[in-house]
Design a protein around this ligand. Structure first.
Ligand code: SAH
Length: 222
């Protein structure tokens, strides 16, 4: 993330952003509330200055701690599957650059709880560009496999790293009728899944496209 005082969102950035939104529409993203949130939030604010000119390419880029900011198509795809409604209480695993977190907050979630296991990335929140604007974001340094039992249940849960399996503790923390969207390992790539929690506590599973994420790892890293 850029250091404070360097943020500018001029007509060139806005133009590149509009093109990216058209590109996402062309790739099959249809939810206008997702596209509108992505058109509002300047992605280049979440990257090092060196990426300013390419920040609106539909690509993942390196951030700190050998992690990546997700590709815009992936962010749009996962957010569209989540069907965020105003007032939703959301849990995100893998804060990373805080870009996806901000999209969820912009869409009107009542609260977005986000967990990061890399201390370096968690510390980025000190420079968070939209401090004071999205007071509905709550940052946690911890292990996403454990979730946040104190704040459960959640209407929606989003995992933004490759999960080796469906984390059982997160299923417990999902509301009845709630959605969890997560990429689950399937060899080299991961299959995007949407889990719905049913009234008897069991889950129903839908399968979508394949993606490639950094791994979801257990425990915290200093
Ligand atoms: N949503 C982020 C994606 C970052 S990549 C963005 O768009 O910028 C995935 C992130 O998940 C990485 O930052 C990684 O450190 C984090 N991660 C991996 N395993 C985790 C776990 N068990 N708990 C919390 N975060 C985890």
């Amino acid at each position: 993330m850029q250091s404070s005082g360097t943020y500018k969102d001029d007509f060139r950035h806005q133009g590149m952003r509009r093109k990216l939104i058209d590109n996402l529409r062309g790739k099959g993203i249809t939810d206008e509330t997702v596209l509108s949130a992505m058109n509002t939030i300047p992605r280049h604010f979440f990257l090092d200055m060196a990426f300013e000119k390419i920040a609106y390419e539909d690509k993942a880029f390196p951030i700190a701690a050998e992690q990546t900011i997700s590709q815009p198509y992936t962010v749009a795809y996962q957010t569209q599957l989540l069907q965020i409604k105003k007032g939703d209480k959301v849990l995100e695993i893998g804060t990373g650059s805080i870009y996806q977190t901000t999209i969820l907050a912009e869409m009107g979630a009542q609260a977005v709880f986000t967990i990061e296991r890399q201390k370096k990335l968690f510390d980025l929140q000190k420079n968070y560009v939209f401090k004071g604007k999205y007071l509905n974001i709550k940052f946690f340094y911890g292990d996403g496999f454990i979730g946040l039992p104190t704040y459960a249940p959640f209407d929606k849960i989003l995992i933004t790293a490759a999960a080796p399996f469906i984390p059982p503790k997160l299923v417990e923390q999902l509301k009845i009728g709630g959605f969890m969207v997560l990429p689950v390992d399937e060899g080299e790539n991961q299959r995007m899944l949407r889990i719905t929690k049913l009234a008897d506590g069991s889950i129903q599973q839908e399968q979508f496209e394949e993606f490639s994420f950094v791994p979801m790892l257990a425990g915290k890293n200093l």
